[in-house]
Ligand binder design. Structure first.
Ligand code: SF4
Ligand code: MG
Length: 339
């Protein structure tokens, strides 16, 4: 069985007045059905652009995409818009952070879900309505028959997110991309939505990409994690490897900004100092070096050579950092790991 999604050396560039934005610069990964990949990074790391490209939403003017994105064996890069449109919704679908931006305010929730069904099942109006009600029920909307006729503003934030999930799943896609789906919700609702996605994944055996800046979300739902910085993958591995034995200084910083993962939920957030790099002029060498407390100063390669993503002693765990692995392990164990 080949993986449902295979991304190989994906690069996405935009031309702007200020120069070329290298939003994604050589990303590779595979994802099987029934598995969840967490893609983690700050805004501007390339995580959203990666997912939009997987959905084929990259055929825009001034955008250059190279490399390969295969969904169910089919190449998306270079595929014409009409063919991509036929796959979107049916083979892969997306849920966004803000359902209000994806739901039209003037149409009822039910009608919008039915319309999404009709895109791939033209003419089947009665079936589309039945299917929409069934999906509303499946995502936990009470009284789905009645709620079919509600407008988006009549739903709470959590209910809207459920409705969006219903819309994304109405054509039974095998790949679901969720971009910060719970960021705008309070903690309780956030947990309910993540549980719902977990249930639905088991039921539909889908592959899920969960895009988030929050390693707490990753620890809940993901099997594998890719950490992105400046358009590059800088660490990749299983959730266990990346969350309990992370080896990249940037991942350490992300981990320290999640109180619940530090074992002390009372702690203040400890954000990474500095800001994300410009994707037009990435810092030389390791793009993280201006913010890295562990960079090798004075003749070290950190500001000179781009570190490659290389295997660690643990199978499947790869890291792009010039520090020797034993040194990374020592620093993490002695200075970072808490609780
Ligand atoms: Fe820090 Fe150097 Fe590793 Fe980059 S390569 S993360 S600057 S130690
Ligand atoms: Mg984003």
């Amino acid at each position: 069985d080949r993986p449902y999604l295979e991304v190989d050396d994906l690069r996405v560039q935009f031309k702007t007045e200020d120069g070329i934005v290298r939003a994604v610069d050589g990303i590779s990964f595979k994802l099987e059905r029934g598995r969840t990949l967490g893609i983690v990074g700050e805004s501007g790391s390339g995580k959203s652009v990666t997912s939009l490209t997987v959905l084929g939403l990259h055929n825009m003017a001034r955008t250059r995409v190279t490399g390969s994105v295969r969904v169910n064996g089919r190449e998306i890069v270079g595929l014409d818009e009409e063919k991509v449109r036929r796959m979107r919704g049916r083979d892969m679908a997306m849920i966004f952070q803000d359902p209000l931006s994806a739901l039209h305010p003037y149409y009822t929730i039910g009608r919008q879900i039915a319309e999404a069904y009709l895109v791939h099942h033209p003419g089947q109006k009665a079936k589309a309505k039945r299917r929409a009600i069934e999906m509303l029920d499946r995502v936990g909307i009470p009284q789905p028959q009645r709620r079919y006729d509600s407008y988006p503003h009549e739903f709470s934030g959590g209910m809207r997110q459920r409705a969006m999930i219903a819309m994304a799943l109405v054509n039974d896609p095998s790949l679901l991309i969720a971009d910060e789906p719970t960021t705008a919700l309070d903690v309780t609702v956030q947990a309910q939505i993540l549980d719902l996605l977990d249930d639905l994944q088991r039921e539909f055996n889908s592959a899920i990409i969960m895009i988030t800046h929050d390693l707490g979300v990753v620890s809940r739902v993901a099997n594998d994690v890719m950490v992105m910085y400046g358009g590059h993958a800088i660490e990749f591995g299983s959730v266990d490897q990346v969350l309990t034995e992370p080896q990249h200084p940037y991942t350490w910083g992300l981990l320290q900004s999640v109180p619940s993962l530090r074992g002390n939920a009372e702690d203040d957030l400890d954000p990474i100092p500095g800001s994300p790099p410009s994707l037009i002029n990435l810092p030389s060498g390791c793009a993280f070096h201006p913010r890295c407390a562990y960079r090798m100063i004075g003749g070290g390669p950190c500001d000179l050579e781009v570190p490659e993503l290389l295997p660690t002693a643990q199978e499947g765990h790869v890291v792009a950092c010039h520090l020797p692995e034993n040194e990374r392990r020592r620093i993490f164990a002695e200075e970072i790991k808490l609780g």
